[in-house]
Structures are given as C-alpha cells and as structure tokens.
Design a binder for this molecule. Structure first.
Ligand SMILES: Nc1nc2c(ncn2[C@@H]2O[C@H](COP(=O)(O)OP(=O)(O)OP(=O)(O)O)[C@@H](O)[C@H]2O)c(=O)[nH]1
Ligand SMILES: [Mg+2]
Length: 313
C-alpha cells in the first residue's frame, strides 16, 4: 500500500532546507531507479502527472515518469526564497497552487507569524494541504521544515502544525526544527524558539531538532575532510557541477545543463524538470517583484548551503 508524505516548508530556512531536501530526494531516487519508472518509492514523495497536469495512477509501479510534482506546500511571508526555488532547476516540480507567499515577512517575531499571518493565511493553507492530501492514496504523514529563530517558520509554521492536528488527527506530524545557535544574530531568536517549542510539544508527533552551531561545525569538518581528500588525490576527479558551494557533501549524481537537471548517466533521468518562468512557462510566481528580494535572500542563503545539505540528508 502506498504511504505518502506531504512536506510543508515554511519561512526562509524551511524553504532553503526544503529545496535541498528535494534535490537529495531526486538524486537518491535517480541512484536506485535507473530505468526511470514511477514506482512506489517515488510516489511517497512525488506525483506523476501527464501533459494536462492530471495525475497518472501508480498502477503496478512500472509506468514511466511523465512529469514529476513534489508532494509539498511552500509557505513564506516574503517572496524571495520561494521565487528563487521556482526559478531554479527544480522550479517545475512545484505548481502555483502549492505556493503561498506574502510580501513583508514576520520581522523575526513569533507573534507576528502566529497571531497575524496564521489567521490571515489559514484558508489558503487549509486549501493547499487539503489538495495535497486528496492527491494521496493513503496519506501517512506531514513533514514540516522550519527554523525556530525567525518569525515565519516559527510562528506561522507552528500555527500550520496546529491546523494539521485539527484537520488530520490521524496523519503523523514530523518536524525538522532548526534551533538558533547561541551566537545567533537575531536578538529575538531565544523567545521565538521557546514560544515555538510550546506549540511543538502540543502538536508534533516527532521533532528532529537541529542546532545551527553544531551544523556549522559538522559542515566545516566535512569541508576540511573533503579538501584533504582532494589534496591527496592530486587535482581530484568528480564531475558534478551542481553549484554546491565549496564544502558540503559529495557532488550529487546529476548535473545541471541549460538550467535543467540531468542524471550523470548516458540517459537523462528527469529531463522534464526545469526552472519555472522559462520559455515554456508563464508562471507569475517566478517572475516580477520577487527578483530583488530573491537576490538578497540568495546571498544570505549561500552561507547556509553546506549546513542545509547536511540537514537534507
Ligand atoms: N540551518 C539554517 N538556518 C537558517 C537558514 N536560514 C535561516 N536560518 C536560521 O533561522 C533563523 C532565522 O529564521 P528565518 O528562517 O530566516 O526566518 P523566517 O522564518 O523566514 O521568518 P521572518 O524572516 O522573521 O519572517 C536564524 O536562527 C538563522 O540562523 C538556513 O538556510 N539554514
Ligand atoms: Mg523570512
């Protein structure tokens, strides 16, 4: 029986983490599914859709991959990070109906996220999660990705968790919750974390806690070992031009070419994936006013890239 998981990525950290989670999920499926069939394992995380965006039933799990869509809901109260995801190589993995954004952010204030954005976006969140749940054969769990130190992931993220507890009491609720490090530059982050924790205790079934100081330490140790390995191997092989900023994990088994994602094998694995807003896509979400915000977010994101790769795995 198919057991699907719907991810909900909220706020800057949640969406940056989510982006790498989807990259990893695709890379791992590519590793174990070289024939390109849409099998049961894939259907836990992805939908297979035809040209008209209609779901293709899983059947006996031997049909080809036609068009992949992530079982995900992307939420942020600023547009930049989500727009960047949609303009990236995995953009077409997400449909506009799966995306909920606002413009001004929650200002690192849990209460702004929980008490203001929560009720304001409640209907849209319920609609997006209902749609995602209805597209599952047998929904197993929701998987929330967020940080506790800002305002959106912590406040709106935990508000969404409480909605899920009301609407889907039988579905398991997992979270990946990124705790701020002791030297976090957001002064309100300890308060936001404590207020979020109270909600997590009430509404999450399992929390995977990650702490940013520890993640940074692991990332720098991984980077040091990698540099050492490259040094030992002379000029070192490895072909993946994956854009991973210096020092995360090994390059993923795919490459990007012409803005699209290809498996490092003779045959393209996911040729149907590419940026939204490209020639064949008129998505308004990936264009327009979010570009400047996207650039700002991108530079902030770079520092977290290696850490997020570790979380995503
Ligand atoms: N590991 C990791 N931590 C992050 C990342 N982005 C932000 N953070 C941490 O998350 C906290 C800030 O939360 P954000 O996710 O930026 O905030 P937000 O949820 O978007 O909320 P607002 O910006 O206040 O609306 C700080 O502790 C940051 O160090 C990321 O990509 N990876
Ligand atoms: Mg933000």
């Amino acid at each position: 029986m198919v057991r699907e998981m719907v991810t909900i990525q909220v706020g800057q950290c949640g969406n940056q983490l989510g982006r790498l989670f989807w990259e990893s999920a695709l890379a791992e499926h590519a590793e174990h599914n070289a024939s390109g069939v849409f099998d049961e394992a894939m259907s836990s995380f992805f939908r297979n859709v035809d040209g008209g965006q209609r779901d293709i039933p899983l059947g006996d799990g031997t049909g080809p991959i036609a068009g992949l869509k992530a079982r995900a809901v992307l939420v942020d109260t600023e547009g930049g990070v989500v727009a960047e995801t949609l303009r990236g190589p995995l953009g077409t993995l997400f449909e506009e109906k799966q995306v909920i954004t606002d413009v001004s952010g929650a200002g690192n204030n849990w209460a702004h996220g929980f008490l203001d954005y929560g009720p304001r976006h409640e209907e849209a969140v319920r609609e997006a999660t209902r749609r995602a749940a209805e597209l599952c054969d047998s929904l197993q769990c929701f998987f929330l990705m967020h940080s506790l130190g800002g305002g959106t992931g912590s406040g709106l993220g935990t508000y969404i968790l409480s909605l899920l507890a009301d609407d889907y009491p039988e579905a398991v609720r997992f979270t990946t919750s990124v705790f701020p490090s002791e030297d976090d530059d957001v002064v309100t982050s300890p308060y936001n974390s404590v207020l979020s924790l109270n909600e997590l205790v009430q509404h999450a079934d399992a929390v995977l806690p990650l702490e940013n100081r520890q993640l940074a330490d692991i990332a720098s140790r991984v980077a040091a070992r990698r540099e050492q390995a490259v040094g030992l191997a002379g000029s070192g092989g490895g072909g993946g031009s994956s854009g991973g900023s210096g020092g995360g994990a090994a390059p993923p088994p795919y490459r990007r070419h012409g803005g699209r994602m290809w498996l490092q094998r003779p045959r393209p694995m996911f040729p149907q994936l590419g940026p939204r807003g490209g020639p064949g896509d008129d998505s308004r979400l990936a264009k327009g006013g979010a570009v400047a915000a996207g650039k700002r977010a991108a530079s902030k994101a770079e520092g977290f890239d290696a850490m997020n790769r570790i979380c995503a795995r």
